[in-house]
Design a binder for this molecule. Sequence first.
Ligand SMILES: Cc1cc2nc3c(=O)[nH]c(=O)nc-3n(C[C@H](O)[C@H](O)[C@H](O)COP(=O)(O)OP(=O)(O)OC[C@H]3O[C@@H](n4cnc5c(N)ncnc54)[C@H](O)[C@@H]3O)c2cc1C
Length: 281
Amino acid sequence: MSKHTSLRVGGPAEALALPESRAELREVLELCRKHEVPVRILGAGFNTLVPDAGLRAAVVRLHGLRKLARSDDGRVLAEAGASHSRVTRFCAKEGLAGLEFAVGIPGTVGGWLAMNAGIREREMRDVVECIEFLDPATGKCQEMRAEQLRFRYRALEVPADVVLLKACFHTEPSDPEEVRERMRSFLAERRETQPIDQLSCGSVFKNPPGDYAGRLIDAAGLKGSGVGGAEISTVHANFIINRGGATATDVLQLMDQARAKVLQRFQIELEPEVRVWGEEL
Ligand SMILES: Cc1cc2nc3c(=O)[nH]c(=O)nc-3n(C[C@H](O)[C@H](O)[C@H](O)COP(=O)(O)OP(=O)(O)OC[C@H]3O[C@@H](n4cnc5c(N)ncnc54)[C@H](O)[C@@H]3O)c2cc1C
């Protein structure tokens, strides 16, 4: 899985499926059900950590389901496998405002939804009008409107085996150059505050209420500290980077150290934002 996750760590999965259509996706899910193989849906792996021992599961990547369109009334319809860069470029080209904040949040539409991805001021819940998902229990596709969805901080509450298929985003017509300019400014801010050129999974921990995980880890004196090839970024203390040759165990140990130190110093328990796979299966 080190080939399929942005931290470039993690052992093998039992199988990898790359369906190109809903019919193929259904076939894969049915096959896994028949053989009692657990399934994990992966977007682009920008927020997923797989242990070195690997996974007793089949991983299904949806990047073959990546259609992107605008509706007549200006909404953006995006399949789960569409990448963040395609969606934001599309919005800029079409002059559709609303998703500029997501320009530097790497991943796919499925990952954006599952993580309720966002920044301080705005997140997916503010722009999603409806989603379509596949319920593997029934094999049926269903739609849910925004008011029925339970987004939380960096999560969308849906049963673990639900496959998110598509999102409809609310956007407003705007001048393409203005959309582009706002995107440039979001990207420029990121470049200054995050180690975007290094291998990472973004924020490792969720911000605790009223504080920032990065501030706490920094104040605990951990910037630049490391285990094996994993290091707490000197640019942003809530990022763990793979400076070369890191293992998932290095990353997990460094996460444990950061949690323990922050708990000891500030009596605050940090909760992982990165999805650690494997342990729960
Ligand atoms: C440099 C950098 C900066 C980042 N900045 C931000 C930021 O500002 N804000 C932010 O919120 N995040 C940020 N992240 C984290 C990451 O970009 C987001 O969490 C993004 O939404 C992950 O998308 P993905 O497709 O890669 O998800 P993955 O890592 O592939 O998956 C994440 C979770 O979503 C589930 N999932 C994915 N697709 C589906 C689907 N179709 N159906 C059901 N479940 C699915 C997976 O099972 C997994 O549990 C950053 C990451 C990096 C590396």
